[in-house]
Ligand binder design. Sequence first.
Ligand SMILES: Cc1ncc(COP(=O)(O)O)c(C=O)c1O
Length: 383
Amino acid sequence: MNNKQKKFKEQISSILGTDAECIHLYWKGRVALYALLKAAGIKNGDEVIIPGFTCVVVPNAVIYTGAIPVYVDIQRTTLNPSFEDIRAAVTPKTRVIILQNTFGLSSGLEFITTWAKSNGILTFEDCTHGFGGFYQGKPNGTFCDAAFFSTQWNKPFSTGIGGFSAVLNDELQARLTETDKSLIQPGRFENILLFLLIKSRKYLLSPGTYYFLRNFYRLLSKLNLTIGSSSGAELKDPVIPDSYFKAMSKTQVNEGIHEIPLLADVLALRKKNAGLFTQILAQHGKYHVIPELHRNHCFLKYPVLVSDKKKFEESARRQGIESGDWFVSPIHPVEKDFEKWLLSSIKIPVASDISRYIMNLPADTRHPERVIDFIEKNLDMFL
Ligand SMILES: Cc1ncc(COP(=O)(O)O)c(C=O)c1O
């Protein structure tokens, strides 16, 4: 480990309140999850419980190990599965339960983790949306045996793409250190390209260019013409891509060291804006994040339900509001052939339904009054 990696790990662990040694750095958050599953000895035929409202790269990582992802439906209010539904999905083959900070929000962690521990099942926290937030007074990522995080473009803080894990289970920590020995090191070209992408984003991204750049980047990623969030192949079939198991690059570490000190301000802004959006939506009887979920959460994005997602995005674009379209399906952004991911949408009716109506508002905006104005002018679109 070089000095920069050590510094970055110390910065992360000081926010989590853990030892720096339990932090492991990767090319992407999904690689951190895959490494944890491998270190836990997950293999053919094992079952891993995941929320039926996630990013496709989560079931991908499970399937790459030979295990079976078992999807559990979500609750409309929390956008996460309930303890009862998770418990009902457990079988003698269940080895891991993955609990997610959806948009930064978690629920029921204390019940699920206690119950899983007493039943010999590992728990991993998917904190890809939740770094820096808290749940019941404890930092996100410190409830389970391990947690994985993302530092991809629009995550709590960004290193372009990237991810890390925090391991709180000693046995898993020892095994993960071994697993990490087979990580591939990113090449010079990847370091340079990522550096250029990060710089271009900083200079080019604005409310006026947001939709164009987002769609252009998604297209280039799909065609494998840039370092993408997900390659076309990952969204087509759950087959492990070449060079998947990759370490974090120098570019990412340098960017992380620079970005992480800025996190506290953005988190405070997100929390404040989320409070304002809840107030206005609740006032008009619209779907909003319930007050119990507000305390110290991270609020990566503010989820709303709308009658017509396309029309909503068009209106937002016209009014210069950077809306987002997560999740277009229970395994975002895949929209068909769910059976390839061993998913039957019939078994997750709430997540399937919510996917048809969910959009999000920018929680980190410096101009919340413009978002509030947008909400007020388009009230009929909000459910
Ligand atoms: C819920 C969830 N889990 C996992 C991931 C994977 O993170 P990464 O893109 O860093 O691999 C994402 C990515 O956006 C996500 O939204």
